[in-house]
Design a protein around this ligand. Structure first.
Ligand SMILES: [Zn+2]
Length: 261
């Protein structure tokens, strides 16, 4: 047991000791991006519509090889009986991903199982109407970029679980790791689209009545769509007729200027 703990501590220390220049981080992230597009049978474009657990395995392996010299995979292989598993979760709606360590009382440490699950709902509901989203405080311009950032976050969870049998993305060591390895500016496993942002920060969603001011004039309308800006329809007799029989003018309003009516 003591030996196992020492091995975990050594593994963790090794990982803690490494740093990458930002340019190096970006180059490796880019390489993983290109490799996946070239080799995955599902991920053929940056805003892919289908993904499998095998693709997650490939993404993990690439991340492990380029950033950790494959030490994570080797550590799991030599210390545990079961291989690391990958799963697509259709249930999770708030987190982009989760990493779990499953142990049962009275069973040897070697029987511990590790799993990385990626949530499909936030991933596939973003980049439909929106051109960007945010994961870990990093702007992502495609579904593949968002997936990579989510995987990076989960990889650090796995590193902590393997090294210390515990993991907390709100704590300082995690924040330092995710920044040093992947350049994340915030530590959360959420995928935030502009409409998530509008809902969480401003309490505004599509269909809501809002007010806003342009050049000193105040308008009242309904949010029709949220991208970088909100599309707000304001009743206007000179506007275009919509399917509800009313005429509207369309305004593109920066999100922070909206107020709930
Ligand atoms: Zn987390």
């Amino acid at each position: 047991m003591r030996n196992a703990n020492e091995q975990s501590a050594k593994f963790y220390r090794q990982i803690l000791g490494r740093r990458f220049p930002v340019s190096h981080q970006r180059a490796m992230q880019r390489e993983i991006h290109e490799h996946l597009l070239l080799n995955s049978s599902n991920v053929r474009s940056v805003n892919f519509d289908v993904i499998s657990a095998a693709d997650l395995g490939m993404l993990f392996q690439l991340t492990d090889e380029l950033f950790f010299d494959g030490t994570i995979g080797r550590f799991v292989e030599s210390n545990f009986n079961k291989p690391l598993t990958f799963r697509l979760s259709t249930r999770m709606t708030t987190a982009g991903g989760t990493t779990t360590m499953a142990t049962r009382p009275g069973v040897s440490r070697r029987e511990t199982e590790f799993e990385i699950a990626i949530a499909t709902t936030p991933l596939f509901s973003s980049f439909k109407f929106e051109q960007h989203a945010n994961v870990g405080g990093v702007r992502c311009d495609s579904r593949l970029e968002a997936l990579q950032r989510i995987m990076e976050h989960e990889v650090i969870h796995l590193v902590e679980l393997l090294g210390t049998a515990d993991s907390n993305c709100q704590a300082k060591p995690f924040r330092a790791l995710v920044r040093n390895y992947f350049g994340h500016k915030e530590s959360n496993h959420q995928l935030m689209t502009p409409s998530d942002f509008a809902r969480k920060q401003l309490g505004i969603r599509c269909g809501d009545a809002v007010t806003f001011s342009i050049r000193g004039e105040r308008y009242r309308g309904v949010v029709n769509r949220i991208t970088k800006r909100a599309t707000v329809l304001v009743k206007d007799p000179r506007g275009i007729e919509y399917s509800d029989g009313h005429r509207y003018s369309k305004f593109y309003v920066p999100l922070p200027q909206l107020r709930r009516a």
